[in-house]
Design a protein. Structure first.
Length: 290
C-alpha cells in the first residue's frame, strides 16, 4: 500500500447535520496523496451510522468507540497516521479545494518548518459564507512568534494547521492535561523552533453554531491561564496573564455585564490593556463590537 504524503485526522462528536459535508470536502482534495482517518468519539446522535455508511462508500478508515474525550482521540488519531504530515479537521467545518496540495507543497519546499497555518472564513450553521476573512485570526501575517502567541497579540486557528508527524511526537504530542489540544503544542513549537509561518490562503470554512467551544468564555479563558502558567518563569509571564484576563473581562462586558461586574476584581490589573476596557461595562451591547 502506498504511503500517503498527508494524513487528515477527524474526530467526530455529535455533528450529524454537518459531518457528511466535512467528509466530502476532504475527499474532494486533489493534487496530493492523502489518507483520511476518522474516529467517532462516542456520539449520541446519528453520526456513527452516517460515518459507517460513508466509509463503506468512499473508502476511508473509520473507528467508533465509547467517549474518551477530544484530546485523547486526537492523540490516538496521530498514532494511526502514516503521512509525513498531518492536519486535524473538525467534523462540522468545510475544507476548501486545493488546501492539502498548497500546504504540503509549502512544507516540502521548507524542510526546516515544523508546522504551517493559513486563513479561515466563517460560515453560519446552514453553510452560508461570510465575505471577509475571519478577523479574529490572521490576515496577511507571514509568521507568528512565541512572544506574540504567549501575549495573545496574534492568534492561530487549529483547523488550518499542517504539522510534521515525526516532529509532533518528538515534542510530546497533544498535552492531555488541557482540553485545548493545540495551543500548548504551538507554544512548544514556536519556543523551540522559532516563528511559525502563516500562508495567505484560506484553509478552512469555519462553521459557527450554538455548540462551538469559543462561546464558553469562562472555560476557555480559565484554561488559557493554566497553559500560560507553564511558562511562569518567562520574563513575559505577568504581561501574558494580564492580557488574558483583560480579554476575558472584555468578552464578559459584551456577553454578560453582570458577570463582568462580579469578576471585576478577579480579572483587574494595573495594565492599560485592562483599564481601556472598563468603559465597555457602561456601553450598551448594540454599540459594541465583540
Amino acid at each position: 500500500m502506498e504511503t500517503p504524503l498527508v494524513s487528515v485526522l477527524l474526530a467526530s462528536y455529535n455533528h450529524e447535520a454537518y459531518v457528511e459535508a466535512a467528509i466530502r470536502s476532504i475527499l474532494s482534495q486533489q493534487g496530493v496523496s492523502f489518507e483520511l482517518i476518522v474516529i467517532d468519539d462516542g456520539s449520541t446522535d446519528q453520526s456513527p451510522l452516517i460515518l459507517e455508511s460513508l466509509s463503506k462508500k468512499l473508502g476511508f478508515q473509520f473507528i467508533t468507540r465509547p467517549n474518551q474525550g477530544f484530546v485523547s482521540t486526537m492523540n490516538e488519531l496521530a498514532k494511526l497516521a502514516r503521512g509525513r504530515y498531518f492536519c486535524s479537521f473538525a467534523s462540522d467545518d468545510i475544507m476548501p479545494a486545493g488546501r492539502l496540495m498548497i500546504q504540503s507543497t509549502f512544507m516540502e519546499e521548507h524542510p526546516n518548518v515544523p508546522v504551517c497555518f493559513g486563513q479561515t472564513m466563517e460560515m453560519n450553521a446552514s453553510g452560508t459564507l461570510e465575505l471577509n476573512l475571519d478577523e479574529r485570526f490572521l490576515k496577511g501575517v507571514p509568521e507568528v512568534t512565541f512572544e506574540e502567541l504567549f501575549l495573545g497579540q496574534k492568534a492561530l486557528h487549529g483547523c488550518t494547521e499542517m504539522i510534521r508527524r515525526d516532529l509532533f511526537f518528538e515534542v510530546g504530542g497533544y498535552d492531555s492535561r488541557f482540553f485545548f489540544e493545540d495551543f500548548p503544542l504551538w507554544l512548544r513549537l514556536s519556543y523551540q523552533y522559532g516563528p511559525l509561518p502563516v500562508l495567505e490562503n484560506v484553509f478552512c470554512y469555519y462553521r459557527l453554531h450554538g455548540n462551538n467551544m469559543h462561546l464558553n468564555h469562562e472555560k476557555m479563558y480559565s484554561e488559557l491561564l493554566r497553559i500560560i502558567d507553564l511558562y511562569s518563569e518567562h520574563p513575559l509571564y505577568k504581561r501574558a496573564v494580564w492580557h488574558c484576563k483583560s480579554n476575558w473581562f472584555s468578552s464578559l462586558t459584551y456577553s454578560n455585564k453582570m458577570k463582568a461586574l462580579q469578576m471585576f476584581f478577579k480579572l483587574a490589573s494595573p495594565s492599560w490593556m485592562f483599564l481601556r476596557r472598563v468603559p465597555k461595562l457602561f456601553i450598551p451591547r448594540r454599540f459594541l463590537k465583540y
